[in-house]
Design a binder for this molecule. Structure first.
Ligand SMILES: *Cc1c(COP(=O)(O)O)cnc(C)c1O
Length: 459
């Protein structure tokens, strides 16, 4: 034993037992190993992941500055639910959602309510649940059935809304998108609304393409429907990405609480909120839009604190990082970061649009995200999946995927520009795209379809 210990401490890292030995991958190892050896194993396995900075598929932050990393290291042990133990973190959480509510023009900060969440997915669930519960209460008060709730959304919603409908037994009513109606824009809504409609989801920054849905026009269409039928359909805006873009880049655009019909809005702190994963926010315009019976009380400084969440324990450090980002950047800092992303996105879109085979779906002027597809007959021997595969070999993740159901025959490729994709890197990407397209065009026959890069779509 003594000999073994000595071997362990004297040996250089790689030849140590534990590193060089076969260790069990799917069973808890029988014995401990040195922390250095365990670290090296995990570190080396994680090294085989893609390079996050070159991942143009994800919306989620991959860079923060050094002070944020320091703060993270100091606070990663904080549990957000322990409001009693961490009252300062709880107070900062409150400040953060109030800052967000103010960015979204909540009419009366005293009457607004909000919370953090683990991401937009949890925040959307909470927004959807509030819609459902309010509808149920109203129906019960009128002695009517609550059997068949439905919710209206675009066929291009993020998967969380399909989950919401599935998990909470709400019928999803999808409004299909098309080349004519590239987003849910208010057309034909009367076909979808009835007395069982709990609400409509409008997306600020459609995940598939980055386009904004015109919340104001949708609200106007619902106003008309209400006049005619009496059905009063509230809107939840899923602003997972746009919630931190529109206030800075399109301040004139009315999509938020300036529109009365908008009851609640969510966003991802870990997307354009510029914080590491996982953090989301949800805010209700008025206290009464969040039914009381969805709120639980936890002990807080000897008193009680209302909480609304699906998770119990979750990291508190991200909330502190959000506050750090707010302090560090201020309004002007956020505006500059987001404007740079938009400039890079529009530059990339313009250059990609100039490459022969592609047609742009949009140009990155809403959120800094855009998509394109192949022109008809542009490439007899290859498609966008082949291009994704070649780019992946060069380190870039640029996903290609089919559009939602009614347009599933159309495949698009998408770039999400995040803070950290500089003009310099963008030029490198263009270079790699051009050489990949040249190579693909030089092929005499089609590439084999096996082993291609498919399904990396981070939706
Ligand atoms: C990313 C996204 C979500 C899910 O958000 P997470 O923060 O990843 O949980 C929901 N809706 C839209 C529109 C999104 O872009």
């Amino acid at each position: 034993m003594a000999k073994k210990q000595e071997q362990l401490t004297v040996n250089p890292v790689f030849p140590r037992p534990g590193d060089s030995d076969d260790f069990s991958k799917y069973k808890l190892p029988a014995d401990p190993m040195l922390p250095e050896a365990a670290y090296q194993i995990v570190h080396d396995e994680a090294m085989l992941d893609g390079n996050a900075r070159l991942n143009l598929a994800t919306f989620v932050s991959t860079t923060m500055d050094d002070q944020a990393s320091k703060l993270y290291a100091e606070t990663f042990d904080k549990n957000m639910i322990d409001k009693d133990e961490y009252p300062a973190t709880a107070e900062i959480e409150d400040r953060c959602w109030k800052i967000v509510a103010d960015l979204w023009h909540a009419p009366n900060p005293e009457k607004t309510i909000g919370t953090s969440a683990i991401g937009s997915s949890e925040a959307c669930m909470l927004g959807g649940l509030a819609l459902k519960r309010r509808w149920q209460q109203a129906r019960r008060a009128e002695g009517k059935s609550t059997e068949k709730p439905n919710i209206i959304m675009s066929s291009a919603v993020q998967v969380v809304w399909e989950k919401f409908a599935n998990y909470w037994d709400v019928e999803p009513r999808y409004v299909p998108i098309s080349l004519e109606h590239k987003t849910l824009d208010g057309h034909d809504l009367e076909k979808y609304v009835d007395e069982n409609t709990i609400g409509l989801v409008a997306i600020l920054g459609v995940t598939y393409t980055g386009m904004y849905e015109p919340v104001k026009e949708i609200a106007a269409a619902l106003d008309k429907i209400e006049k005619k039928t009496g059905f009063n359909v509230p809107i939840h805006v899923d602003a997972a990405s746009g919630g931190f873009i529109a206030p800075f880049l399109q301040p004139e655009l009315e999509w938020d609480f300036r529109i009365k019909r908008v009851h609640s809005i969510n966003t991802s702190g870990h997307k354009y909120g510029l914080v590491y994963p996982g953090l989301g926010w949800v805010v209700w315009r008025k206290r009464e839009y969040l039914p009381d019976d969805l709120i639980f009380k936890v002990s807080y400084l000897g008193g009680e604190m209302p909480t609304l969440a699906i998770n119990f324990s979750r990291p508190g450090a991200q909330v502190l990082l959000q506050y750090y980002a707010f302090m560090r950047l201020g309004f002007e800092g956020y505006r500059e970061v987001q404007a740079r992303c938009r400039d890079v996105a529009q530059y990339l879109a313009k250059e990609i649009g100039k490459m022969g085979p592609f047609k742009l779906w949009n140009d990155g002027s809403d959120i800094p995200v855009f998509a394109w597809y192949l022109k008809k007959n542009a490439s007899p021997n290859w498609d966008l999946h082949d291009l994704s595969s070649l780019l992946r070999q060069k380190g870039w993740q640029v996903p290609s995927y089919p559009m939602p159901d009614d347009m599933a025959e159309l495949t698009v490729q998408r770039v999400v520009v995040r803070s950290g994709l500089s003009f310099d890197l963008a030029d490198k990407l263009l270079e790699d795209m051009r050489s990949s397209v040249d190579y693909l065009n030089s092929l005499e026959g089609p590439l084999p379809k096996e082993g291609r890069e498919v399904g990396t779509f981070a939706h």
